[in-house]
Ligand binder design. Structure first.
Ligand code: 5GP
Ligand code: ZN
Length: 110
């Protein structure tokens, strides 16, 4: 079972921000910004490449609710999903990084 499935099953503790039947939002253990939340489907989907449009449609309002709950909705934030090796995906369970809480840099990535 992957590490995020273990977090969903509460086998590994996490700092939960928001949860419903289908999705979980929790704080990244190694934050890259003052606000750094990971948002995942509870069912194991390997990456964005594998997600169906129905799941994404349900995930969209959940992500916005998380952004509101952590107080970044109006000021702005960034969503990132890393995909496979070139994308730098370390955990092979679809997750969106929600980053904010300050003016974020937009660095050159190569
Ligand atoms: P990726 O590189 O796959 O896009 O991002 C994986 C993210 O998961 C990283 O930002 C990393 O800090 C976070 N992470 C890895 N293991 C854990 C964990 O056990 N708990 C939490 N809360 N975050 C984790
Ligand atoms: Zn998983």
């Amino acid at each position: 079972m992957c590490i995020f499935c273990k977090i969903v099953n509460k086998e590994i503790p996490s700092s939960v921000v928001l949860e419903n039947d289908d999705f979980l939002a929790f704080k990244d253990i190694n934050p890259s910004a003052p606000v750094h939340i990971l948002i995942i489907p509870k069912k194991h989907i390997e990456s964005f490449n594998d997600v169906d449009s129905e799941t994404m449609a349900k995930m969209t309002p959940f992500i916005k609710e998380v952004a509101k709950k952590v107080g970044v909705f109006e000021d702005g934030y960034r969503l990132i999903t890393n995909i496979n090796d070139n994308g730098g995906q370390e955990v092979k369970h679809l997750h969106f990084h929600l980053l904010g809480g300050t003016k974020l840099a937009w660095p050159k990535l190569v």
